[in-house]
Design a protein around this ligand. Structure first.
Ligand code: ZN
Length: 290
């Protein structure tokens, strides 16, 4: 796994939720439930990304932490959701592609914004990460966080669990005061606050692929760490009852090249991106490297 850091640009995968919705995931249904109910669908999605050129795929475990599952009254599935997800990703990956154990936020707030203690968040992350590590993921990815303290706790839990790389990524919006998460964290605060991570980046949120070059440039003022960029296919809207995203594969891939030129190391897609977006992006990466 470590050798990947000395190679060129590394292609991540694209959206998972988006693909599951296409396959029939209903509003309010847990994406992780599909790991045990429809394992072939999950594997198919992984395989399509690998075919498109992804070198790191993410497990379908974004919300499989105790606090989130408690709210959905599915805590009893915690272990199965996570172990099944790693198994499916590893079956698809074989030995050519790396599997990242995907960790999302708890969906709750720490004091004083909410009622939770740091220790409770730590335990929830630690529990999930321990399962992913014992199932032998190659790395851990913390993604789509808005609260710096929360992702710092998750990062600590990941670093204390296994001796594997940890990527840390937050979601930003562009506002009057520059790029910030919805909790008000700016790029400098993120980079300074996540020094222990092996790669730092942005994913999901409201940043367009065409704006990422500016974001990376700013991040590079504060860090030499590898930078990860995994963005949405623009904004979504409802058209005739279906969610549609602004950027088709061509425009997405073209705009993501700006990130490569600005020095992103790990790139991929988030909401609204499919294997088509990733395949075109792969073609452009190959062309850029040649
Ligand atoms: Zn997203």
């Amino acid at each position: 796994m470590r050798e990947i850091f000395s190679q060129g640009v590394v292609l991540l995968d694209g959206g998972m939720g988006t693909r599951l919705i296409d396959k029939g995931l209903k509003a309010g249904e847990l994406p992780e439930f599909w790991n045990i109910a429809y394992p072939e669908s999950i594997k198919e999605i992984h395989q399509s990304y690998i075919k498109a050129g992804s070198k790191i795929i993410y497990t379908n475990t974004f919300g499989a932490n105790r606090l989130k599952l408690k709210r959905a009254q599915k805590v009893s599935f915690l272990e199965r959701f996570n172990t099944a997800a790693v198994k499916l990703a590893k079956e698809a990956a074989g030995d050519k592609v790396f599997v990242a154990g995907d960790i999302g936020p708890t969906g709750e707030f720490l004091k004083p914004y909410g009622g939770w203690e740091d220790k409770e968040f730590y335990q929830a992350f630690r529990e999930q990460i321990e399962i992913l590590v014992s199932e032998k993921v190659d790395l851990i990815v913390l993604e789509t966080f808005s609260d710096l303290r929360e992702i710092q706790i998750a990062l600590q839990a990941a670093k204390e669990t296994g001796n594997i790389p940890v990527f840390a990524s937050m979601s930003f919006e562009k506002g009057k005061g520059g790029y910030k998460t919805i909790m008000g964290v700016n790029l400098e605060e993120m980079v300074q606050g996540l020094k222990e991570a092996d790669a730092i980046g942005i994913n999901c949120g409201g940043i367009y692929p065409g704006e990422a070059g500016e974001v990376i440039k700013e991040m590079k003022n504060f860090t030499d760490k590898p930078i990860l960029v995994k963005l949405n296919a623009g904004k979504s809207k409802i058209v005739e009852g279906k969610v549609e995203y602004e950027l088709g594969p061509e425009q997405f891939a073209r705009d993501m090249v700006i990130s490569i030129q600005a020095g992103a190391k790990f790139i991929g897609g988030c909401c609204g991106t499919t294997e088509k977006h990733i395949a075109l992006l792969n073609e452009l990466i190959q062309a850029t490297a040649a």
